[in-house]
Design a protein around this ligand. Sequence first.
Ligand SMILES: Cc1cc2nc3c(=O)[nH]c(=O)nc-3n(C[C@H](O)[C@H](O)[C@H](O)COP(=O)(O)OP(=O)(O)OC[C@H]3O[C@@H](n4cnc5c(N)ncnc54)[C@H](O)[C@@H]3O)c2cc1C
Length: 354
Amino acid sequence: MKIGIAGAGLLGRLLAWNLLQRGHQVTLFERGSRAAELSAAIVAASMLAPYSEVVSSERCVFDWGRMALTWWPEELAALEEITGQHVDFGNKGSVVVAHKLDESSLNHFEQQLRGKVQDCDEFIERIDRRRLAELEPELAERYHGGLFLAEEAYLDNEALLISLETAISKLGGKWREFSEVQSVDAGKIRLANEDYSFDWAIDSRGMGAKVQLPALRGVRGEVLWVHAPEVNLQRPIRLMHPRYKLYISPRAGNRYVIGATEIESESMKPVTVRSSLELMSALYSVHSGFAEATVLHAYAHCRPAMPDNLPEIKCADGLLVVNGLYRHGYLLSPHVLESALAMLRKSGVGQRYA
Ligand SMILES: Cc1cc2nc3c(=O)[nH]c(=O)nc-3n(C[C@H](O)[C@H](O)[C@H](O)COP(=O)(O)OP(=O)(O)OC[C@H]3O[C@@H](n4cnc5c(N)ncnc54)[C@H](O)[C@@H]3O)c2cc1C
């Protein structure tokens, strides 16, 4: 089938690569370039944190999110096979810490978490300083312990988006970069001056779909990317703090993604001084080695969210709409993708190699 996809961020790329593998002809329309510089996907810390996230989410986020932990390694291996490009996947768990004065925030977090995932209690470990020293030696001087969430993971989103672009091109997907889509309807993608017809049209424009999805809202998030040669962390770290919740997600070469603010605003203006100060002072309080870090990027974007903060998938003859991944794009896209593909199959978008 001929399939047009509006929006080549995370979902658009995943759908394109999966549909191409099934033998369909795919054209991607993206208002930016194929580097994905206008997407929320490039800004994200790309942590796969079903335990940490379920504390403030519905239980289904945990169940769908856990699937991502086995799904991504398989998908990344399949991508590497076709592109020869490796995408880092860190699966050594994550650590949650709090300063002594904020111990109650950590206790409350643990209580809520255990209450929500009683069936997976064995993957939540209360750790003392000795165990912390085994996991993250550089944090053991400052913290007397914390929580170890053994199943949590992260991936390298920059490498993933590049690898998906390569795979899509290799499988014959067509790119229409710098193409601002005006509307997406059944079998039709409309630009300012041209209409394109397909058997199916897919709307995966994230926040860009708001004109056609009025219930969609943006939740602003800001992150800093730093290079910290004096810091050696093995896994994502979360700091429980009554005001500034902070996470640090590692990347190769002593780089770290520091995030993230969460503001009910659709402003896409650059990172503010206030947010930078909050993130940086919380960061320095975790590890003094961050004092000498250099700031590589300061990014702001909006997380596309529906009123219930859960994903939305609508599939009717000739039109698939996928959106609302909120702060869980990498965590929930495996579930959303598989559900969307199943709906398409039911609607007659079959596989060439059944
Ligand atoms: C600060 C921050 C941190 C995050 N951290 C995490 C995390 O740790 N873990 C996690 O799982 N998720 C995280 N997320 C969430 C994740 O990034 C999003 O849920 C995900 O990127 C949404 O994917 P999407 O494909 O729907 O949208 P996007 O990735 O934004 O892609 C949409 C694409 O559509 C294009 N587009 C928009 N309008 C048009 C138009 N009119 N015409 C053509 N193209 C258009 C855009 O340019 C973009 O490329 C984070 C998000 C933010 C902002």
